[in-house]
Write a protein of this length. Structure first.
Length: 126
């Protein structure tokens, strides 16, 4: 592999945790290998590995963008990641309030519902 891929895997593990990444890697096939390489290098090796903003801020931005664009299936994964990024529940709610104002209340409302469910799951696992 290359440096950006290696950095991406390191950052991905730091943000999402080894268990999540191990499950994703085990599910990888020849069909989605190019896509997995793309997101590892681009999302994790470039964007998430940049030190231009903190991981806390990046986490808040990611959650807001996921909610604003209606990509709800990714929200629980990124809520779980807040345990490692430093984004608090209050930070997440601030991000979702921005979504409500700038992208729509229904999207924010659904994102908040998912966040509440995921935080409850996280607390039950502790």
């Amino acid at each position: 592999m290359n440096d950006r891929f290696d950095q991406g895997m390191k950052t991905r593990r730091e943000v999402l945790g080894d268990a999540h990444v191990d499950r994703a890697e085990a599910a990888k096939t020849d069909l989605d290998l190019p896509f997995q390489t793309l997101i590892t290098e681009g999302a994790w090796g470039a964007v998430w590995s940049s030190d231009a903003i903190s991981r806390r801020e990046r986490s808040m931005l990611t959650l807001a963008l996921l909610a604003a664009t209606g990509n709800f299936e990714e929200i629980p994964m990124h809520i779980r990641a807040t345990a490692r990024t430093g984004a608090s529940k209050s930070d997440v709610m601030e991000a979702f309030q921005h979504v409500a104002v700038y992208a729509g209340v229904p999207k924010a409302n659904h994102a908040i519902k998912l966040a509440k469910q995921t935080y409850a799951e996280m607390e039950n696992q502790s």
